[in-house]
Design a protein around this ligand. Structure first.
Ligand code: HEM
Length: 155
């Protein structure tokens, strides 16, 4: 258990720098993968419920994708700097209640993790490596745990 190294932090930050220039494509790919892995997740999202195709330019879809990626990236920075992920109390409360209300359960977090890691891999192409994968996965796990714990506390 060596903590979250500077190299791991840099790996997440640098890959996000690349990915953030193509949010529309990233968001679409992320949601396509989520629904590929778990088709039933579709009905939870207001912007997917009444449509057969994933909307290309939906602001809520982009907002969710960007939030997940950005917050995971911020978690990587905190893990290195503080050794833990601290989400502000108000934000965490809000995240907990939104997901509880939408019917999100623990296994969904694994689905989103898988989709996130695959999106990173595809987006980075030749620049992708195992360490990058591990760093994103670890940062996501810490963030997901914080949200899941809050959901449990609220329910
Ligand atoms: C909404 C973040 C994981 C399903 C939201 C919102 C945020 C957020 C910030 C509010 C968006 C807004 O109203 O602008 C995150 C983060 C996650 C995560 C950081 C993981 C680290 C998940 C998972 C699921 C999920 C695993 C289920 C597959 C939803 C749904 C909404 C939502 C259904 C409501 C979206 C809508 O219909 O507009 N999430 N989320 N989220 N999230 Fe997540």
């Amino acid at each position: 258990m060596g903590g979250f190294s500077e190299k791991q932090e840099a790996s997440v930050k640098e890959s996000w720098e690349v990915m953030k220039h193509n949010i529309p494509e990233l968001s679409l790919r992320f949601f396509t993968l989520i629904l590929e892995i778990a088709p039933a997740a579709k009905d939870m999202f207001s912007f997917l419920r009444d449509t057969d195709v994933i909307p290309q330019d939906n602001p809520r879809l982009k907002a969710h994708a960007v939030k997940v990626f950005k917050m995971t990236c911020e978690s990587a920075i905190q893990l290195h700097e503080k050794g833990e992920v601290v989400v502000g109390d108000t934000t965490l409360k809000w995240l907990g209640s939104v997901h509880l209300q939408k019917g999100v359960i623990d296994p969904h977090f694994e689905v989103v993790k898988e989709a996130l890691l695959r999106t990173v891999k595809e987006a980075l192409g030749e620049k992708w490596n195992e360490e990058m994968n591990g760093a994103w996965g670890e940062a996501y796990d810490h963030l997901a745990t914080a949200i899941k714990n809050k959901m449990r506390a609220e329910s």
